[in-house]
Design a protein around this ligand. Structure first.
Ligand code: SF4
Length: 121
C-alpha cells in the first residue's frame, strides 16, 4: 500500500524542515499513520498544494500519477498534511476537491507533533 501526503507549500521544507515530522510519524506509525501499524504501507510521496490559494493540488496529483507510472506504482491513500489542516485558509476547498477527484481514501491529518504551547514548560 502506497501513501502520499499533501502538504502546504508555504510550510513544506520552509518552517517544517525536511518534512521530518511526517517521515518520523510514518516510521513510528504515530498520529494518523497509526492505522498502518502491522501493514507493509510505504510513504511514497510528499507533495505540496501548488501554493495559495490552493492553485493546483489536483493537477499535481495527476502529475504524480504520471510520474509514478515509470516505476509502475500508484497511490492507495492520500493524507492531508497536518500543516495544511492546521493552517490553510483554503483547506475546505482543497480537501473537498481532493476527496472528489482522488479515487482513493483521503485521510485528514498526518503527524501528531504539534507544540503544546510556546513558552510553557
Ligand atoms: S493554499 Fe493553503 S496549503 Fe497551499 S500554500 Fe496556501 S496556505 Fe498552504
Amino acid at each position: 500500500m502506497n501513501i502520499a501526503v499533501l502538504s502546504c507549500k508555504n510550510i513544506k521544507d520552509e518552517t517544517c524542515l525536511g518534512c521530518q515530522r511526517c517521515l518520523m510519524a510514518f516510521d513510528k506509525k504515530e498520529g494518523e499513520f497509526e492505522r498502518y501499524k502491522d501493514t507493509d504501507a510505504k510513504l511514497r510521496a510528499l507533495l505540496h498544494c501548488g501554493g495559495c490559494p490552493g492553485t493546483s493540488p489536483i493537477v499535481r496529483l495527476v502529475n504524480l500519477k504520471a510520474w509514478m507510472g515509470l516505476t509502475k506504482e500508484t497511490i492507495d491513500a492520500i493524507h492531508i498534511g497536518t500543516c495544511l489542516l492546521d493552517n490553510c485558509p483554503y483547506k475546505d476547498t482543497i480537501i473537498s476537491k481532493v476527496k472528489a477527484k482522488a479515487g482513493v481514501e483521503v485521510i485528514e491529518g498526518s503527524h501528531p507533533y504539534r507544540p503544546a504551547n510556546i513558552f510553557g514548560a
